[in-house]
Design a protein around this ligand. Structure first.
Ligand code: G6P
Length: 422
């Protein structure tokens, strides 16, 4: 069995290798075909993988490729984790909208829209080149828009991933004073716009409204991914658990002020930290028993992706929260919408579980986000400027024709080298 990794030079690769080691017995004998356009980082990560596998006696073979076709040929699973234009492009995604008073946000925001315009053409090429019947296991952001474009415009099979639900469930365990082991939340909605009304501990249903009544709103503690204080404040009003990204919808203007007060974008902060990170990983890659940094993409992100591949490959029927076609799982969204929902993942793909309607207080918002995502996917495939403008006008952060025009014109100009469809 062959697994192709597209974007294998990424800083997330050490986490993927750790995930593969975790399931080495279940995937024994697999060939990992590593592909990247960044040959220097590709070679470092391939060497790291070989040495980590050898040190632990894991039966994987590793090949590295700079030609996409050779990497994809014969692969049953194509794992995609790349960012066209790299972090320099992410900086533009984050800063162009902010100039116009809108949070850029590289996945959920108009920044994510600009990234979709760059990611989708590459994913369409991958879908065209991959073997018939191969599964594209996609981490490339924005995962819902990318998954929608591939699912509707190609014959390829795709499953969209995000580990946010895992990290958010852990955050809520901490906030609610519950153990994270054995805690399961029914997150439903769209990627980075999910909501959980039901929580179980070791299979026992918990009384969420009661837990939220007793919840005390903590001060501070915000990281780039999570803001426990704002999440607790929101949950007490909504009456259920919100995804961490909901802060951009419900505290939009405060976040704009915070981002403006900061001198750098998140992309710039990562760019400062990356050389040291790659230096450490490069040094470890040459060792007999490497222990690469966990600073970026260390654990859960990689483990989740490998667990999804195992669930597909071994027909596990495992319950996992993934992005897939709705098919009635969420009553308030189109049947062919790409939703993030608990699903049973086995050989024939994810089977979304019936979850009922979205909670009333966020139903309209989630439907609006879906409307935007559909238009974004269409624009990213067709390169139609009018559809792109409609997408930005429909985006809940934007809601202004002139602002949408400015973000679109500046975004298309800034990213023109990565937008063959426009
Ligand atoms: C979370 C999200 C991902 C996103 C990442 C960004 O894990 O679920 O979709 O790409 O954060 O993290 P970064 O460290 O790059 O800001």
């Amino acid at each position: 069995m062959k697994i192709a990794i597209v974007g294998a030079g990424s800083g997330y690769m050490p986490g993927i290798v750790r995930g593969l080691l975790h399931r080495a017995d279940d995937l024994a004998g697999a060939e990992l075909a590593c592909y990247d356009t960044d040959t220097a980082h590709l070679e470092v990560m391939a060497r790291l993988a070989r040495n980590m596998f050898a040190a632990r006696g894991a039966a994987f073979t590793v090949s590295s490729h700079t030609a996409l076709k050779a990497a994809l040929d014969g692969a049953s699973y194509v794992f995609t984790t790349f960012r066209p234009g790299g972090l320099a492009a992410r900086h533009l995604d984050e800063s162009i909208p902010l100039r116009h008073g809108v949070v850029g946000q590289e996945t959920a925001g108009p920044g994510g829209f600009l990234m979709a315009l760059r990611s989708v053409p590459v994913l369409l090429d991958i879908a065209a080149e991959a073997d018939a019947g191969a599964w594209i296991v996609n981490y490339t952001n924005p995962t819902s828009v990318v998954t929608d474009a591939v699912a509707r415009h190609t014959g390829a099979r795709i499953i969209g991933l995000c580990d946010q639900a895992i990290g958010d469930t852990e955050m809520w365990a901490g906030l609610l004073g519950l153990p994270s082991e054995g805690l399961e939340a029914d997150w439903i909605g769209l990627n980075h716009a999910t909501w959980a009304q039901r929580l179980r501990l070791d299979g026992r249903e918990l009384d969420v409204p009661l837990l939220l009544e007793d919840l005390e709103v903590p001060g501070g503690g915000a990281t780039p991914w999570r803001d426990p204080s704002r999440m607790a404040e929101l949950a007490k009003t909504l009456g259920f658990l919100p995804n961490s990204y909901s802060k951009y919808y419900f505290f939009h203007d405060e976040v704009v002020a915070e981002l403006r007060a900061k001198d750098t974008t998140r992309a710039q902060d990562i760019l400062v930290m990356l050389p040291g990170y790659y230096e450490q990983v490069t040094a470890e890659a040459g060792k007999a028993d490497p222990d690469p940094s966990r600073e970026r993409g260390g654990g859960e992100h990689g483990e989740f992706a490998v667990d999804v591949i195992c669930a597909l490959h071994r027909d596990e029927g495992r319950r996992m929260i993934v992005n897939t076609r709705n098919n009635g799982a969420i009553a308030s969204l189109d049947a062919d919408a790409i939703v993030e929902v608990p699903s049973l993942v086995g050989r024939s793909g994810p089977v979304p579980l019936t979850m009922g309607p979205l909670p009333g207080p966020v139903r309209g918002l989630t439907q609006a986000i879906h409307g935007y995502e559909r238009l974004a996917s269409e624009a990213a495939v067709t390169g139609d400027r009018r559809t792109a403008l409609q997408a930005l006008m429909a985006h809940p952060f934007v809601r202004s024709k002139h602002t949408a025009e400015k973000i679109l014109d500046e975004g298309l100009a800034a990213h023109r080298d990565h937008l063959p469809q426009f």
